[in-house]
Ligand binder design. Structure first.
Ligand code: AMP
Length: 287
């Protein structure tokens, strides 16, 4: 099939102009939101989108409301030219939406309408990033209202984000289908992430230890280990020995990230977050 010609737009009205025409022609739309600095993980979202719908919209927006005051909003890598080249070469995206903040937050950031998520948003990554998931939901809600896609594609790497966006869509009766793209990894197991560029050379060599620790937990669970809290504690200790500052390693119920225990037979997920130098890395594995 011929490669899709990429159009890059900056305004809500330009997105609406394109999507109105597609919908009038009976064409379905899939949407993959990103913060840019694109890698093969993001491009797998574009590929899944192209399978899921006739038209593909991608966005690049470093969303200020999901960063805490001491987080990396200012220094987050912005590489728009390289991103456009990557998407253009992939040839599977129709429209790239690259808004300025006032296009998304016309009333500014302080006194604006926000989405407030339920308690899960304050657990796991939310415990150390207060307000982060509310900020994610706030921008995803806006982007969905702008693009009005049939299908929203998010990555498994941010599993808690996926579950919380699913909850928002279900709870607010938003008419969109959510699909998950599997985590893309470097050859040594490290999950691809824009924040991997914060790793120095020595840290980069150690970084796959996060995936390795989670893989060990998964293997032990499959082998029948039942002492789940002890197993998670061992993984945290393993990360400390590898030079990480672990935030959490937890074993949860896969569907909704609720608690699980050794008595229950149900799909589980092991999730971890840890700091390594300047970088905060997250990963998860389905069991
Ligand atoms: P970000 O640009 O980090 O906000 O990520 C945008 C989307 O890409 C989110 O849905 C992420 O879950 C997804 N994503 C990021 N890294 C990966 C990866 N390594 N594999 C698959 N999806 C990813």
């Amino acid at each position: 099939m011929a490669a899709t010609a990429l159009r890059v737009v900056k305004t809500v009205s330009a997105v609406r102009e394109a999507t109105v025409q597609w919908r009038a022609a009976g064409e379905t739309i899939a949407f993959a939101p990103t913060m840019g600095n694109l890698h093969a993980g993001h491009m797998s979202l574009a590929a899944l989108s192209a399978k899921a719908a006739r038209r593909v919209v991608m966005s690049i927006f470093v969303n200020p409301t999901q960063f805490g005051p001491s987080e990396d909003f200012a220094s987050y890598p912005r590489t728009l030219d390289a991103d456009e080249a990557l998407i253009g070469a992939a040839g599977n995206v129709d429209l790239l939406f690259v808004p300025e903040p006032d296009e998304i937050y016309p009333f500014g950031l302080e006194d604006t309408v926000r989405v407030q998520l339920p308690a899960l948003s304050r657990e796991l990554c939310g415990a150390t990033r207060p307000g982060h998931f509310d900020g994610v939901a706030t921008v995803v809600c806006r982007l969905l209202n702008i693009v009005m896609p049939d299908v929203l594609v998010l990555g498994q790497k941010d599993y808690q984000q996926f579950v919380l966006v699913h909850r928002m869509i279900t709870d607010l009766r938003m008419p969109v289908e959510l699909r998950m793209a599997p985590t893309q990894r470097e050859p040594d197991g490290l999950a691809m992430s824009s924040r991997n560029r914060y790793l120095g050379p020595a840290e980069r060599t150690r970084a796959p230890a996060l995936h390795a620790a989670l893989a060990r937990v998964r293997a032990e669970l499959i082998a029948g280990r039942r002492d789940l809290p002890q197993l998670a504690a061992e993984a945290r200790a393993e990360l400390e020995r590898a030079g990480f500052v672990p935030e959490y390693v937890e074993i949860r119920r896969q569907g909704d990230l609720g608690p699980t225990d050794s008595e229950r037979v149900e799909p589980r997920i092991v999730l971890g977050a840890a700091r390594l130098g300047r970088a905060r890395l997250i990963d998860n594995l389905l069991v």
